[in-house]
Write a protein that binds this ligand. Structure first.
Ligand code: CS2
Length: 423
């Protein structure tokens, strides 16, 4: 049985972007916290941003859903989501919910795409916060997307979207946007996962997910009174959040992306299959050891090499069936923070990062080809793909995603060569 009943938890957290990741991450932390304290006023209300499907599916099952670590079960039920709705059905409800005094925390997972101007989430927050400024109630907003300085970034977009100076000043003084680092591998759910969960639970679960046991949420410590005690749900408050963010983006996400770009080209369907391909794994490991670890700091009391090993272990988890095509999605928005920032850090030191250049070449091939290396059609989701395909040179392609990287002629040359070869 689930410890919490969605009908009994009271709404306290508004979540923008209620997809699989939010259900397997923030909702789990909130559930653990509510169970630990007995305070049921931190239930989540989830807003689906792009289509009604996720919210409708949740509502059909009273917002209960299950998580598994393996298709063979067992399934555990999460009960911390109180309600869910589609923003497009009622945009004013989003404004009202951001403004409502009962909402004391807003969490956001809108993917890298959601941080490009004009950002839908920033627009929604701006509308709601303008309304909220009339009551004067402070608020905390936690961006949970894989971008460095995600809180600062979102605060900037909201500031731009606000327009008038009075509202801007109020938000600067009363709304906090601590940076966060979120970590849990959550493959998009599939029919067989739902069927397996339904079998184990005895009721039809369309929102079930298989995820990994690992879960991390590091939040820049905003001081007392700004957040509920999320540490009781497993979050960590830290003064080193930027160090954690770089470690996660430039090791875990960089490895994930590089494995999947090379993997998808070689015809591998799942991340775990790529992990059995020694050539690709070797190339990704050397890329990280030679070009990434030397430019990173380790969070206090930890070692980057241990982190690297744990990342490879997690990627090899066969229960996840994490599709390479899913991780390759939106690659042009990921290649900057995951690989090119590290490449530029090396180049500034006068060092050529050959491993990173090779992986960036794989991204470029993925983005511009329509078949994989085995001749099968390849059609990855990427809002910038058309723009990149229209460029004539590797330098121009790189410039669309990372102007500074494109200014280093030797690096551009290395990427251009790698673009047409295997690891
Ligand atoms: C993945 C991430 O799809 C992707 O781009 O690299 O979603 C990854 O699974 C998570 O960041 C793990 O925390």
């Amino acid at each position: 049985m689930n410890p919490l009943d969605p009908a009994e938890v009271r709404p306290g957290v508004l979540h923008l972007g209620i997809g699989g990741f939010a259900r397997a991450h923030q909702a789990v932390v909130l559930e653990r916290m509510m169970v630990a304290t007995g305070d049921l006023s931190w239930g989540m209300v989830g807003v689906s941003q792009r289509s009604p499907a996720a919210a409708e599916a949740l509502r059909r099952q009273s917002c209960r859903y299950s998580l598994m670590y393996d298709r063979s079960g067992p399934a555990t039920v999460v009960g911390s989501v109180h309600d869910a709705y589609f923003a497009g059905d009622d945009p004013h409800r989003v404004t009202r919910d951001v403004a409502a005094g009962s909402t004391r925390l807003v969490t956001v997972t809108v993917t890298e795409k959601g941080y490009r101007p004009p950002s839908v989430a920033a627009g929604q927050l701006a509308e709601g916060l303008r309304e909220r400024s009339r009551t004067g109630a402070p608020l905390t907003v936690l961006s949970c997307d894989n971008l460095p300085g995600n809180g600062v970034l979102l605060a900037g977009l909201v500031d731009e979207a606000l327009g008038d100076e009075a509202a801007r000043t109020w938000v600067r003084e009363n709304v906090r946007f601590p940076d966060t680092v979120v970590d849990r591998m959550v493959p998009r759910t599939t029919e067989d996962v739902c069927a397996a969960a339904s079998g184990s639970l005895g009721w039809r679960d369309e929102c079930a997910l298989v995820t990994e046991p690992f879960l991390e949420w590091v939040i820049a410590d905003p001081g007392p009174g700004v957040l509920p005690d999320l540490t009781l749900g497993g979050a960590v408050l830290s003064r080193e959040v930027a160090v954690y963010a770089e470690r996660k983006l430039r090791i875990l996400n960089a490895a994930h992306s590089a494995l999947c770009w090379w993997g998808v080209l070689a015809g591998h369907r799942y991340v775990a299959d790529v992990m059995a391909d020694e050539t690709i794994v070797g190339a990704v490991r050397s890329m990280l050891v030679d070009d990434v670890l030397p430019i990173l700091r380790a969070p206090e009391g930890t070692r980057l090499t241990d982190y690297l090993d744990s990342v490879f272990e997690r990627c090899a988890n066969p229960a996840l069936r994490h599709a390479t095509a899913q991780v390759c999605g939106d690659g042009s928005l990921k290649v900057g923070p995951r690989l090119l920032d590290s490449a530029v850090a090396n180049l500034r030191l006068g060092r050529m990062p050959h491993g990173l250049a090779a992986a960036v070449g794989a991204w470029l091939r993925c983005t511009t080809t329509s078949v994989d290396d085995t001749g099968r059609p390849l059609d990855l989701d990427d809002p910038m793909a058309a723009r990149i395909r229209a460029t004539r040179t590797t330098a121009d392609a790189l410039r669309t995603v990372h102007p500074e990287a494109a200014d280093h002629a030797d690096f551009v040359h290395a990427v251009a060569q790698a673009r047409h070869s295997s690891p």
